[in-house]
Design a binder for this molecule. Structure first.
Ligand code: PEP
Length: 255
């Protein structure tokens, strides 16, 4: 982290976990534990948990995010949710392009870009996920993959919007597997993403961009990962599902 240059943010991605009642309980457990956090704290919850999460988080420093949004305002898109409706419910952030959506739901760099534009237009702050597969890392193609994903996601996004966007570097081989990128691997990849943003928007914009690491981050490895210059926080899956596991990560980012 380099807090002199940019915000540190810890975001939980709850994936498809927690009922509305469980959401209220978890946010209520978390609130006192992170009240003094010196970093951003976000919980990205399932759509159906949003009212409970927004209500429970009211008056606290916890911000609520969604895990996807559609690019259209309304229409014949059965099962989809418009960005403006999330905003109306009190959502502030939206995870986009998570590898699980790319893997199971046909998400592409083009649709990530469309969703990003819709989220920004609605006043949501996108958390854009990028990252390579294991075979791509082994074939030394990590930079190539990040290049395509970052340039795809940011196509036609104005520089003025950058302050409202977070990037999450999530090597797919480290998500939910217990395998973590080494501190140096995370730093190198986040630094490479920063260099891509510098190429697109200039060094000042790149220096100000929050770039998280995600992939089996937990209480045991967070501090070392977050000590790296280019790792500005974390997108946390499994360890965001209990207040006891999430809090130490927030504490590590608060140092
Ligand atoms: C994620 O879902 O974005 C993630 C990083 O999951 P986990 O922390 O469980 O690897």
């Amino acid at each position: 982290m380099n807090k002199a240059k940019r915000a540190a943010v810890i975001a939980g991605n709850w994936k498809m976990n927690k009922t509305p009642a469980e959401t209220t309980a978890l946010i209520n457990d978390l609130k006192p534990l992170v009240a003094d956090a010196a970093c951003g704290v976000i919980c990205c919850v399932p759509f159906t948990d949003i009212p409970a999460a927004v209500d429970a988080a009211k008056g606290s420093n916890i911000k609520i995010g969604a895990q996807n949004c559609h690019w259209a305002e309304s229409g014949a898109f059965t099962g989809e949710i418009a960005a403006s409706w999330l905003k109306e419910l009190g959502v502030e952030y939206c995870v986009l392009g998570h590898s699980e959506r790319r893997q199971y739901f046909g998400e592409t760099d083009e649709t990530v870009n469309s969703r990003t534009k819709a989220a920004l237009a609605a006043g949501l702050k996108p958390i854009i996920c990028v990252g390579e597969l294991k075979e791509e890392r082994l074939a030394d193609k990590t930079h190539e993959v990040l290049d395509v994903q970052v340039k795809g996601a940011f196509a036609d996004i104005a520089a003025a919007e950058l302050a409202n966007i977070i990037i999450a570097y999530e090597p797919v081989w480290a998500i939910g597997t217990g395998l973590t990128a080494t501190d140096d691997q995370a730093d190198e990849a986040c630094g490479y993403i920063r260099s891509l943003i510098a190429g697109l928007y200039g060094q000042d914009a790149a220096d100000a961009m929050t770039i998280q690491y995600g992939g089996s981050m937990n209480a045991g490895n967070a501090e070392a990962l977050l000590a790296k210059e280019n790792v500005d926080g974390g997108l946390i899956g499994g360890a965001s599902l209990s207040a006891e596991k999430f809090q130490p990560i927030v504490a590590a980012a608060s140092k």
